[in-house]
Design a protein around this ligand. Structure first.
Ligand code: GDP
Ligand code: IMO
Ligand code: MG
Length: 441
């Protein structure tokens, strides 16, 4: 049974939640391997819309085991709220959620530091989600972080908390002129969270390995996207984790040799929330139209997303960094009313044509996109069941994208609903999950 990684190829919000939801019936386990509740993964089921933040999107399928891996940072209060809201909507948590004891905790001083540091940066701010994800990973790397397992040892938790509060308070007061914390105001609620979460905290790395050895199939649900990766993204305008496929191994403890395939998710155009370079960003009415048609507002913060044309330079880079076998293309329907659709095929920088994504900040800032215009199809795509049902011009757009990025599409999404999905013939996805077609009928 294959173990497959689903990874964002752009700046996040590509539709990973929908893709994971479609693939969940074909696997036994879905695991999140990085990020935290900065993620917002939307799954639409009929009239119901769910937005998952820390919990894997597989949770909506009874029988799927969901794992929060060691690479994730967990805000326990927010996780419990998310669980309770799901329970209200009929989801049950009985032996289907497992949280790594090595996952680091987001503590109340992390969102405070996140916001304070953003305020201090002023116009150079990252535009974070303010959830404290960056500062929690800072503590992890600085070896002062507090982990899930520590929650279960009151004495140890108190000691670590006391040391951290003393240090963070100095930072908050002296560097940021911000409000400080007392140990007790954190300790009491966190001990309550400990009682709540204790049954779910376990050694997920060995559990996953055992499941894989017994023939289970695991789906690794990436959060954010390739261009937000801490090493490979548009640094410093990134999130603080390894969003790319390599993170799936380190963020779970499942060795890379156990991964059989990597599926990238890409929008038929591009969006970005927060600051940082975005070569194909649109302006004016076109941006407004795409934002409105695609409902491009953040699933976590509600912020309007910046919109731009499809960037084949970014996608080729994502293919290389993640080792993508195939790509699921989403939101094709959002382009249905465009007279002309643009594809960025390269960047011009100082009279040079770049076809590889430049990693140097200065080059990226000065890079001008080079576009190829494709005639729009000006008709709806949402009802198409097969590629052959799509308007000829839409098919031409897809063929050109595939040619430019160099890997085949496995799925074309034409709406948020499960059945607004076209499966492409002969794609790696069909080999991994031969019954995927029947589940969409
Ligand atoms: P994620 O973070 O990658 O899971 O993506 P988000 O959930 O943040 O954003 C994707 C949004 O697009 C969600 O509101 C989805 O319901 C929606 N969506 C997904 N696929 C499609 C599609 O093919 N067409 C349209 N119109 N909406 C889609
Ligand atoms: P999903 O999983 C889009 C962005 C923020 C900001 C930068 C750093 O739904 O695709 P952070 O709070 O992580 O320190 O912010 O990363 N960002 C996302 N953008 N989708 C996401 O998640 C994101 N998670 C973080 O907007 O630019
Ligand atoms: Mg999202």
């Amino acid at each position: 049974m294959p173990n497959i990684v689903v990874v964002g190829t752009q700046w996040g919000d590509e539709g990973k939640g929908k893709v994971v939801d479609i693939l969940t019936p074909h696997v036994n386990v879905v695991v999140r391997y990085q990020g935290g509740n900065n993620a917002g993964h939307t799954v639409v089921v009929g009239r119901e819309k769910y937005v998952l933040h820390s919990i894997p999107s597989g949770i909506l399928h009874a029988g799927c085991r969901c794992v929060i891996g060691c690479g994730v940072v967990v805000d326990p209060g927010s996780l419990i709220e998310e669980m309770e809201a799901l329970v209200q909507r009929g989801v049950s948590f009985d032996g289907n959620l497992f949280i790594s004891k090595n996952a680091h905790l987001i503590m109340p001083y992390h969102p405070a530091l996140d916001r304070a540091s953003e305020a201090k940066l002023g116009s150079r701010r990252i535009g974070t989600t303010g959830k404290g994800v960056g500062p929690a990973y800072v503590d992890k790397a600085a070896r002062v972080g507090i982990r899930m397992a520590d929650l279960l040892d009151v004495q140890l938790f108190r000691e670590k908390l006391e040391r951290n509060v003393a240090q963070k308070n100095r930072l908050l007061r002296e560097i940021y002129d911000a409000q400080t914390f007392t140990v007790d105001e954190i300790l009491n609620p966190y001990l309550r969270y400990a009682g709540w979460l204790a049954p779910y905290i376990t050694d997920t790395a060995s559990l996953l390995t055992r499941w894989i050895e017994s023939g289970y199939s695991v789906l690794f649900e990436g959060a954010q996207g390739t261009m937000l990766d801490m090493d490979h993204g548009t640094y410093p305008f990134i999130t603080s984790s390894s969003t790319t496929s390599g993170g799936a191994a380190t963020g779970t403890g499942v060795p890379p040799t156990r991964l059989q395939g990597i599926l990238g998710v890409a929008k038929a155009y591009t969006t970005r929330v927060g600051s940082g370079p975005f070569p194909t960003e649109m302006s004016g009415q076109m941006a407004e139209d795409i934002r409105a048609r695609g409902n491009e507002y953040g699933a976590t913060t509600g912020r309007p997303r910046r919109c731009g044309w499809f960037d084949a330079v970014v996608l080729r880079y994502a293919v290389r960094i993640n080792g993508l076998d195939t790509v699921a293309l989403t939101k094709l329907d959002v382009l249905d009313q465009c007279e002309t659709v643009k594809i960025c095929t390269g960047y011009r920088y100082k009279n040079e044509l770049l076809t590889d994504f430049p990693e140097e900040e200065a080059v990226l800032d000065g890079a001008e996109p080079v576009y190829e215009d494709v005639s729009g199809w000006m008709s709806p795509t949402s009802r198409a069941k097969n590629e052959a049902d799509l308007p000829a011009k839409a098919r031409r757009y897809l063929e050109r994208l595939e040619e430019l990025i160099g890997v085949p599409f496995c799925m074309i999404s034409t709406g948020a609903q499960r059945d607004e999905t076209i499966l492409c013939e002969d794609s790696p996805l069909m080999r991994w999950f031969p019954s995927v077609r029947s589940s969409l009928l």
